[in-house]
Ligand binder design. Structure first.
Ligand SMILES: *[C@@H]1O[C@H](CO)[C@@H](O)[C@H](O)[C@H]1NC(C)=O
Ligand SMILES: *[C@@H]1O[C@H](CO)[C@@H](O)[C@H](O)[C@H]1NC(C)=O
Ligand SMILES: *[C@@H]1O[C@H](CO)[C@@H](O)[C@H](O)[C@H]1NC(C)=O
Ligand SMILES: *[C@@H]1O[C@H](CO)[C@@H](O)[C@H](O)[C@H]1NC(C)=O
Ligand SMILES: *[C@@H]1O[C@H](CO)[C@@H](O)[C@H](O)[C@H]1NC(C)=O
Ligand SMILES: *[C@@H]1O[C@H](CO)[C@@H](O)[C@H](O)[C@H]1NC(C)=O
Length: 502
């Protein structure tokens, strides 16, 4: 080679510099770190139908930053939600034993006394509190004493409000997607201008919708300003009590019974054809505070009626719509039941029961649902299926399979006619169970908020490098890289050309 080293060496150095610079800017920090020692946190999600226990972990030397906290393990408590043990002393606490004992095992002993434990109860307990506040207080105290009997740091056992539940779900989604803070090898920086993702949660007793909006929120009860890492997010949030999956199904039964009159056979258009089942008027329908108001005049809770499935898509849909009030609205616009809602904007993540129903619809019809029209076609097919067809394809127990037609219609009406997702905005909903290895729900956002791990102010350790400058620097390094490569290539070619001529 006749090319002088003096000409090549500085260019090679520039090339190396450019590659290193680009790597520093784009490679996520976590991939190259050695696993450090961890800290742990426990959240009990005391839902209306069951309790889930989540254990989270994060590197012991860091805690403020998104993407740092991950899910370590998860445990589903056997039996019903804590509210289902109303009136039975000790049973709610007892139902948690297995999962708490497991937490003791999976968290290293040396960390037990540094591990915070929180219990958040949702709509099941909100409903019980309406019916019997003494009993809901007693239950909370009972589970609190249970949590205190373990070697962890007890933080709280509380009933979350609908707004809190919605907002914590939103925090979880955007934290897991690293929308607040961006990571690079040299550190983390804020991520202003990033589109936040809205959260759609469907539980057993309530459903939540939460998203960032720039429109005026006409009812203060739906407005929440969250300041995280020095950025303020204006959120719209609404929780519909009694519009969770289980309570909706109860409301539908109550509606069918009151419109047809209390008689031995009640036809149920959403149940599969040739399926019938017997229910008790009290326990299965009218005992809930969600249905109490339309109890029939001569009502005896022990009376049974037989529901006879007719598998009639159109009649099912018509009855499902009756559970919503789309007419009364004292604001400029509403979702339903007179509740204000700005237009849905941006992308959404739909989780919990939304995810499972969406999966059933896909499994049953082999259709990939991306529009309301497709969803309607899929539901028509599902409502026409027999119980054995559904059971065969989903491998699920009767409790779920008999309700797929009703729940699918409910979700479709809720999303399209309730929240006003249309053929343009519907595809922006993604149905997920997990993100970044953690279950999507309010639990993570709740722990992060209570332990100040998503601080309001922008902590000093985080380098505030806005997206614009970050991109400029990346662009400069890329120019450098291309120039250096180009120069080397030209030098190489002129050298080989000269050699060829020799
Ligand atoms: C995290 O942020 C909170 C609030 O800003 C602060 O009190 C705490 O010391 C921070 N922790 C770490 C490890 O930086
Ligand atoms: C509420 O629960 C308590 C038990 O904590 C019970 O003694 C009382 O009768 C209940 N009240 C009502 C109205 O059901
Ligand atoms: C806001 O919520 C409170 C408590 O639930 C309620 O009393 C009040 O009427 C609500 N305000 C509006 C404007 O809806
Ligand atoms: C949130 O901030 C906006 C203006 O930035 C204000 O109009 C609204 O009332 C605030 N909401 C709450 C609940 O503080
Ligand atoms: C309900 O089902 C049972 C057995 O599954 C059957 O004997 C009965 O005739 C059915 N009743 C109606 C009204 O379809
Ligand atoms: C429902 O299924 C039956 C056969 O099980 C079929 O004859 C009928 O055409 C189907 N109806 C619709 C609307 O798909």
């Amino acid at each position: 080679m006749s090319v002088p080293c003096a000409r090549i060496v500085p260019v090679v150095l520039l090339l190396v510099l450019a590659v290193v610079g680009i790597l520093l800017l784009v490679v996520p920090a976590r991939d190259v770190e050695v696993p450090p020692e961890h800290m742990y946190g426990i959240v009990l999600d005391a839902g209306s139908s069951h309790t889930s226990v989540y254990i989270y972990k994060w590197p012991a030397d860091k805690q403020n930053g998104t993407g740092i906290v991950t899910q370590h393990s998860e445990c589903q408590a056997k039996g019903g939600g804590i509210s289902s043990y109303a009136g039975v002393r000790g049973a709610a606490a007892g139902s948690l034993t297995e999962c708490l004992d497991q937490a003791v095992k999976v968290i290293p002993t040396s960390r037990h006394r540094q591990t915070p434990i929180h219990l958040g109860a949702t709509a099941g307990m909100r409903l019980l509190k309406k019916v019997n506040a003494t009993e809901s207080d007693r239950l909370l105290k009972e589970v609190e004493n249970k949590l205190r009997s373990y070697p962890f740091i007890f933080k709280e056992a509380a009933i979350l409000s609908g707004q809190q539940e919605g907002a914590y779900g939103w925090v979880t989604v955007n934290y897991l997607l690293e929308n607040f803070v961006k990571y690079g090898f040299v550190g983390r920086w804020l991520n202003p201008g990033r589109q936040m993702i809205g959260a759609l949660d469907l539980g057993g007793a309530s459903t939540q919708i939460t998203f960032e909006t720039s429109e005026r929120v006409e009812n203060d009860n739906n407005s929440m300003n969250l300041t995280l890492y020095g950025q303020t997010y204006r959120l719209y949030t609404q929780s519909f009590l009694c519009y969770g999956q289980e309570e909706f199904l109860r409301k539908l039964l109550a509606h069918l019974i009151t419109t047809q009159g209390v008689k031995t056979y009640i036809s149920h258009p959403c149940y599969p054809k040739e399926f019938n089942t017997s229910i008790k008027l009290g326990k299965d329908v009218f005992d809930s505070p969600c249905t109490k108001h339309n109890r029939p005049a001569q009502f005896s809770p022990e009376k049974s009626v037989t529901l006879v499935g007719t598998g009639d898509y159109q009649s099912c849909l018509d009855n499902v719509k009756k559970i919503f009030n789309f007419n009364d609205c004292s604001y400029s616009k509403c979702s339903f039941n007179g509740v204000f809602q700005p237009s849905v904007k941006g992308s959404f993540m739909a989780f919990s029961a939304y995810y499972f129903s969406h999966r059933y619809i896909n499994t049953l019809t082999n259709m990939h649902i991306t529009s309301p029209r497709q969803m309607e076609e899929a539901i028509q097919l599902i409502c026409n299926m027999t119980l054995s067809e559904i059971t065969e394809k989903t491998k699920q127990i009767k409790k779920y399979t008999k309700n797929v037609c009703a729940v699918s219609n409910f979700i479709k009406v809720l999303l399209t006619e309730g929240y006003h997702f249309d053929s343009l905005s519907f595809p922006s909903i993604s149905f997920e169970k997990t993100a970044g290895g953690a279950a999507v729900g309010w639990a993570l956002g709740y722990m992060l908020s209570l332990s100040n791990m998503v601080p309001a102010e922008s902590p000093g350790v985080i380098k505030s490098l806005p997206y614009g400058p970050w991109f400029c620097i990346l662009f400069l390094f890329l120019i450098l890289l291309i120039t250096a490569l180009g120069y080397l290539l030209m030098t190489y070619r002129s050298t080989t050309n000269k050699e060829g001529m020799v």
